[in-house]
Design a protein around this ligand. Structure first.
Ligand code: C5P
Ligand code: C5P
Ligand code: C5P
Ligand code: ZN
Length: 486
């Protein structure tokens, strides 16, 4: 970056220096879209810099996982998209001489008093610290909305550029990571993320534009695009198969080719604007409020090197494709796609995507049918083994706004992890965060009070707790949220 954030760039330089002098590096990353793109960015930069490394993935970085990394006896361990929340454990390994840690992350750092369950207040002065720690939160940048793990990894990649090298092409993956972590709030990326977008555009890896804010513009046939898109609810079209078909049939446009419905990307600009205008007219007639209608337009992030009409062309569809791999124990497939495999890995990822989509839609349907339980300050559901623990957070987030789920309260979701352990995911809204909500603190404190552990971001966080402690956990979490919002 053209030193827009000088301190962050300086820390990235120090981290790069350390990596260049390493004999062996283990690169460890998280199993979601941001984690995969983080790993791909770091791997590409290490490769281009001629630094030998191997890559491992982890669902949840805990003491056991970190010990496993130490057993690989790396000289340097590079953690991407996690590590900050586990600084205490990582620092112990560093002190024992197991490895030198380099961390490129955006989660809230563990604090010194986390261990005894005392109130933790973000990155305070007593927190365990390590020299090569690259985290936007340490430099006044919001880690939940302005820079993702992939963004932190991208800053590192820029610092790792060999003489005459240019890693700006990796900005495209950094944008996929940020979009995958839901950082494009209000329809576009903000802050440090915007800087990365500019670099990607300058490097011809990205294009941006104002476009219809619907998921699936590259791959979905038009009727499905309209029917499935519910971020802005348009009566008579959203979740309405025949309504969506009727709407398209009534337009004076040739929207089929060889009898098959065309996709959004198959339309030329004029056709796109006719469909958009008709949609807006329809929404106005159905009484959709103006601010909601404005939400029909958003910034699109297009990966220019990818083929038109593929999941990879659009940052949002790309990120879902990646979640479909890593959250089902196939991070290797997602990583290969990020690194350029357009053959077997992409084909496998597409199969996994079909299953992932089905799981998401069945999960949301289940939540709608069963309903949520309301406490004073939050709402919750327990999916037991009906929703996979690796996607229960995505389902919880997508369920907000569904029938019977209150947009004004944070949502907490439980799912079985094993016989002994339960996964907790929580999601809030930016408007609740502005009122004081910090789910990272809620998940951290409530979980430690019942013998578990957790953390994350203010707007989205998670935890693992012992089975059977859910009721006590809910009570604690409800109290903490109450204090935060009071
Ligand atoms: O581990 P990590 O940081 O990658 O995950 C962030 C999670 O938080 C994602 O699942 C993302 O969808 C969620 N999130 C959210 N709403 C936001 C920001 C993040 O649901 N506004
Ligand atoms: O939580 P995470 O960032 O992984 O979720 C990906 C997001 O992509 C969902 O929250 C949802 O907004 C969107 N999505 C969608 N339709 C799908 C899959 C994902 O709208 N079939
Ligand atoms: O797993 P889930 O999608 O609910 O995670 C939401 C956020 O909380 C992610 O950023 C994840 O990395 C973080 N998290 C954490 N510690 C946990 C569980 C989740 O930091 N024990
Ligand atoms: Zn992340």
């Amino acid at each position: 970056m053209d030193a827009p954030i000088p301190d962050l760039a300086e820390r990235a330089d120090a981290c790069a220096q350390r990596l260049r002098s390493a004999d062996s590096v283990v690169l460890a990353s998280h199993i979601d879209a941001d984690g995969l793109t983080s790993a791909a960015i770091a791997a590409s930069a290490l490769e281009r810099a001629g630094i030998p490394f191997r890559t491992v993935f982890s669902k949840q970085l805990d003491a056991e996982e970190i010990a496993g990394i130490a057993e690989l006896e790396p000289d340097t361990a590079l953690f991407t998209d996690f590590g900050s929340g586990q600084l205490d454990i990582i620092a112990e390994h560093e002190a024992a001489g197991d490895f030198t840690p380099v961390i490129a992350d955006h989660h809230q750092p563990a604090t010194a008093d986390d261990a005894d369950g005392e109130a933790a207040e973000g990155a305070d002065a007593e927190a365990p610290e390590t020299e090569f720690h690259l985290n936007p939160l340490l430099f006044g940048i919001n880690g939940a909305s302005e820079l993702s793990g992939a963004g932190a990894s991208y800053a590192l990649a820029r610092a790792l550029e060999p003489e005459g090298g240019d890693n700006r092409d990796l900005a495209a993956l950094a944008v996929v990571g940020a979009v995958g972590d839901m950082q494009a709030s209000g329809g576009e990326l903000h802050g440090a993320n915007e800087r990365i977008v500019e670099e990607g555009v300058a490097a011809d890896a990205l294009e941006t534009g104002t476009d219809l804010a619907m998921y699936g513009k590259q791959t979905r046939p038009l009727p499905k695009l309209l029917e499935y898109s519910s971020d802005v609810n348009i009566p008579g079209i959203s979740n309405d198969e025949s309504g969506a078909l009727r709407f398209l049939d009534e337009l004076d446009l040739d929207l089929k080719s060889d009898g098959e419905w065309r996709r959004w990307v198959d339309l030329d600009e004029e056709e796109q604007s006719e469909v958009s205008n008709a949609l807006i007219q329809h929404a106005i007639q159905k009484g959709v409020p103006t601010d909601k209608i404005e939400g029909l337009a958003a910034t699109s992030y297009t990966l220019t090197d990818e083929s038109v009409g593929t999941e990879l062309r659009d940052a949002s569809e790309f990120s879902t494709l990646l979640n479909a791999t890593a959250r089902y124990e196939r991070a290797d497939v997602g990583l290969a796609v990020c690194l350029g495999d357009r053959g077997p890995a992409l084909e496998r990822a597409r199969q996994l995507l079909r299953d992932h989509r089905r799981n998401l839609s069945e999960g949301i349907q289940w939540v709608e049918e069963e309903g949520v339980n309301r406490e004073e300050n939050l709402q919750w559901f327990h999916a037991e083994d009906r929703i996979r623990e690796t996607i229960v957070g995505i389902v919880a987030g997508m369920a907000v706004g569904a029938d019977g789920v209150d947009r004004g309260l944070p949502i907490v979701a439980f799912a079985e992890k094993s016989e002994e352990e339960v996964k907790v995911s929580s999601r809030g809204t930016h408007s609740l965060v502005r009122k004081g909500l910090d789910l990272s603190q809620v998940m951290g404190e409530a979980s430690r009070a019942v013998g578990g552990d957790g953390g994350g971001h203010d707007v989205a966080a998670g935890a693992t707790v012992p089975a059977g402690t859910e009721a006590e956990f809910v009570e604690r979490a409800d109290d903490i949220v109450g204090e935060q919002l009071s």
